[in-house]
Ligand binder design. Structure first.
Ligand SMILES: [Fe+2]
Length: 374
């Protein structure tokens, strides 16, 4: 049944094209560029290639972005941006670089540190003036089309999402050919990250008919393409399909936010070293089962559209794909022990997005869910 009332707001211009980097110049509006990426993309020359494509003379590189970017790293990049009077910020890479670029682009015009803004009741961001362009090199995070960034505080060890109206990139430039060199294990984990974005958006209490339609399309595309993209890295069609799925899942969850899977993934990344995609996919089958008990009608609708006749058939297919693309389905693969589970459940319950899950979730329920996949 269609909701009586909903809205959908996604102001980012999406440019999707093989070799889109070659046309970057026509989208850029500024004279002083900060190019943000991880050390690897800088080392192999991708960052330089993208910077050259802007045709901006004044370029400064910040290539210290780490996985799960910290507020401390963001502050360091902000200092460089301010001292160079940067008016264009490009976030190039996976979610870490793009998330960091959003906050940096905003803080150029806002005094102080990320930590002055990064908790409820603190300072409120003023509008961003610098142009923000996000260019993904993986296919999964969808950060290029969301107004959300996730940051880690190195001192407290707490990783939390932050959303702002000024975080929407001006341009999301998706060039599927950039993902051809992505290793198989990253293709697998980032691709399943996109799958969790889609299914969480579908079952989120904030879902709406447009996000539902996008999410269903994404799940179908990923189920049909992720194994091919992992096994045949230069298969242009599979890469393009996965890039499309990633950006579409991002647009969908930008409206609905993610739910329990992502919330639980945060301690799995910060405390147990899992990559973001792995930390999300590892609890996916268990969360599908949890949500099904209490949200059966909508989930049965999903299974029917995707061609599965019941919960078990759908979950079995996902587990089969995860095994084929070498993603673990047991927490013991992350060296997590039973004695760790209470802490994971406890910290997860502190993140407000846990309540976007459409069924009852409390510390005890999370503990049993985690124990079932130990
Ligand atoms: Fe994610």
């Amino acid at each position: 049944m269609i909701k009586k009332s909903f809205n959908f707001h996604m102001p980012t211009k999406v440019v999707f094209e093989d070799s889109a980097i070659d046309g970057l110049r026509k989208h850029v509006k500024g004279n002083s560029l900060l190019m943000m990426c991880d050390p690897y993309l800088y080392k192999i020359g991708t960052a330089q290639k993208v910077a050259n494509a802007t045709h901006i003379d004044k370029v400064v590189f910040f290539h210290e972005i780490e996985p799960n970017p910290s507020g401390q790293t963001v502050d360091k990049a902000v200092e460089i941006a301010r001292s160079n009077q940067v008016d264009v910020v490009i976030g190039l890479g996976g979610g870490s670089a793009m998330d960091a670029s959003k906050m940096v682009a905003c803080l150029i015009e806002n005094e102080g540190s990320i930590f002055d803004y990064y908790s409820i009741g603190n300072k409120v961001l003023r509008p961003r003036k610098a142009q923000l362009i996000c260019i993904p090199t993986t296919a999964g995070t969808g950060s290029e089309v969301t107004n959300i960034g996730v940051y880690n505080n190195k001192e407290t060890g707490i990783k939390m999402p932050f959303a702002s109206e000024y975080f929407w990139p001006d341009i999301a430039l998706i060039d599927p050919s950039l993902s051809h060199t992505m290793p198989s294990h990253i293709t697998a984990s980032t691709g399943m990250d996109a799958f969790t974005h889609a299914i969480e958006s579908y079952w989120s209490v904030n879902s709406n008919p447009i996000s539902d339609a996008l999410s269903v399309s994404v799940m179908k595309t990923i189920l049909e393409n992720i194994e091919i993209a992992c096994k045949e890295p230069t298969n242009a069609a599979a890469r393009r399909n996965m890039a499309f799925a990633s950006v579409t899942a991002g647009i969908s969850f930008s409206q609905t936010k993610t739910t329990g899977i992502h919330v639980v993934s945060y301690p799995l990344t910060t405390d147990f070293g899992a990559s973001h995609g792995l930390a999300c996919s590892i609890t996916l089958p268990a969360f599908i089962k949890l949500v099904y008990n209490g949200y059966q009608d909508k989930m049965d609708g999903l299974f029917a559209i995707l061609g599965y006749d019941c919960l078990d058939a759908f979950v079995s297919r996902i587990e089969e794909i995860m095994e084929a693309i070498k993603l673990p389905t047991r927490l013991s693969a992350l060296n997590i022990k039973e004695s760790d589970l209470k802490g994971i459940a406890e910290v997860s319950m502190k993140v407000p997005a846990i309540h976007f899950t459409p069924v009852k979730v409390d510390e005890g329920i999370l503990y049993h869910l985690l124990k079932s996949i130990l």
